[in-house]
Write a protein that binds this ligand. Structure first.
Ligand SMILES: Nc1nc2c(ncn2[C@@H]2O[C@H](COP(=O)(O)OP(=O)(O)OP(=O)(O)O)[C@@H](O)[C@H]2O)c(=O)[nH]1
Ligand SMILES: [Mg+2]
Length: 440
């Protein structure tokens, strides 16, 4: 899914990360690569330019926060801007203690009826009492199709074969379900004699039933046209949310960005197949992370910021001047452990992987518990100056902590190693690492 956009963006990021120096020229080249990647993946040209201009401006003007390299910052800016384009977090908001009405809009074949059934099933599973209204009077067999699709969802269907006015059916359906149901989903027509007629009909339906949410269903494979299509519907009936379908196939992915940008509405769900359960809740950060091939970067950036705040400056000073205590070491291990859960993410971020030794992290994660118990069995003197630990003290500590002497020796050697590393290192990179790791 979304191969073209993903490959393009990833190639651009890889090139940036691989460059020696991130200066104005590198940033501009990166931005050009991004533009190409976006436009080739069906993102509207104007939008692609807007996003990349913002990336360029921020990348050149904003100072990276302490402990974050320029490269990481540029990638993070791109990430933020793409996620923002998608409208941020937040999905369809429904309440069980009132009647929620949702109208589905979209052109012919976009997937309204299928998605109506998918939503009916999902929300029935979530404990809603769902009623579905068949308000498509245009397509022959529309009611039968809807009934078949909805049959496994546990939802009830309202239809009226004799009524040709879809607005009336929508109104009547809502009225019938008011009381017994708390969620009514209205499936509308996509086919029409002409587009204008369709938009007019939608305007009337929305005007009469006054839905809590108007959901635009967009076929993710139509590319560039998404933008204008979304805009046309939005002008007829303000779109409150978007569902992009068929993202399981050859879709390039730009459509999701385009529809969202045209309406300012969030993408609520994505359709990832023809089956009734092929509906995924949409999370922009995850989507963009997937596009950029780096997991949830947002979460990682937050971690970095948090870790920075937690750095005890005094401790950092002490450590840097080669006077690290065992307690300092323990704090450092704890920090590492925190990062450990982000190990998988870190591995996928070229800019970070150099600064964080993943193997070390993995090892430390498993050993922290052992080290912690050993350190707790040390006297205050021993913690402040571990050189005092001779063989009889070592035996006592091992016994006291219930660990083996080998474990104690391992901890002492790691301590020495870290201390040596801290003392010998003067580079900026190391200081950055110290910050990230919360002091070392
Ligand atoms: N692969 C795939 N196919 C889908 C998805 N959603 C819908 N479809 C297919 O797209 C086709 C059209 O879907 P419908 O739900 O009938 O579309 P519609 O918007 O109701 O069409 P009209 O009623 O004619 O306006 C059907 O063959 C669906 O199976 C999806 O997420 N993935
Ligand atoms: Mg339909």
């Amino acid at each position: 899914m979304l191969d073209s956009l993903r490959d393009g963006l990833q190639a651009a990021v890889k090139k940036l990360v691989g460059s020696n120096l991130v200066d104005e020229k590198t940033v501009k080249e990166f931005v050009r690569d991004l533009q190409r990647a976006l436009i080739q993946s069906d993102v509207n040209v104007r939008m692609a330019l807007e996003v990349t201009e913002r990336v360029q401006k921020r990348a050149l003007e904003e100072k990276p926060p302490a402990g974050v390299t320029r490269k990481d910052q540029v990638v993070s800016v791109l990430y933020e801007e793409l996620a923002r384009l998608l409208g941020g977090e937040g999905g369809l908001k429904l309440e069980k203690d009132r009647l929620n009405v949702v109208v589905m809009l979209g052109v012919q074949g976009s997937g309204k009826t299928t998605t109506t059934a998918k939503l009916a099933r999902l929300y029935s599973k979530r404990g809603f009492r769902v009623g579905v209204v068949a308000a498509d009077t245009f397509r022959p067999g529309a009611v039968a199709q809807l009934r078949t699709l909805v049959s496994t969802s546990g939802a009830e269907v309202f239809s009226d074969d004799k009524e040709k006015n879809s607005v009336k059916i929508a109104e009547e359906g809502k009225k019938q379900f008011e009381g017994p149901k708390n969620l009514v989903i209205i499936d509308t027509a996509g086919r029409h004699k002409e587009e204008k007629g369709l938009l007019q009909e939608m305007k009337e339906v929305v005007g009469k039933v006054k839905p809590d949410a108007t959901i635009l269903v967009i076929d993710g494979t139509i590319g560039q046209q998404c933008y204008n299509q979304a805009l046309a519907f939005h002008q007829a009936a303000p779109v409150g949310g978007i569902i992009v379908t068929k993202l399981d196939g050859a879709a390039k992915g730009g459509g999701a960005l385009a529809a969202s940008a045209a309406t300012g509405a969030k993408v609520f769900f994505i359709g990832t197949g023809e089956r009734i359960d092929d509906l995924e809740e949409f999370a922009p950060t995850r989507f963009v992370g997937r596009l950029l091939g780096m997991g949830d970067l947002r979460a990682l950036m937050d971690m970095v910021k948090q870790a920075e705040v937690e750095v005890d400056e005094k401790m950092a000073q002490r450590v840097m001047s080669g006077k690290m205590t065992m307690d300092d070491l323990l704090v450092q291990f704890e920090q590492m452990k925190k990062f450990g859960s982000f190990k998988k993410v870190v591995e996928h971020i070229p800019g970070f992987s150099g600064a964080l030794n993943v193997e070390e992290l993995e090892k430390a994660e498993g050993r922290v518990k052992v080290y912690k118990s050993i350190i707790q069995s040390m006297t205050r003197d021993e913690k402040a100056d571990p050189q005092k630990i001779n063989s009889s003290r070592l035996k006592r500590i091992a016994r006291g902590s219930g660990r083996s002497e080998k474990d104690v020796r391992e901890l002492l050697s790691r301590y020495k190693q870290m201390k040596g590393l801290a003392k010998n290192s003067k580079g900026r990179e190391f200081r950055q690492m110290v910050r990230r790791m919360g002091g070392q």
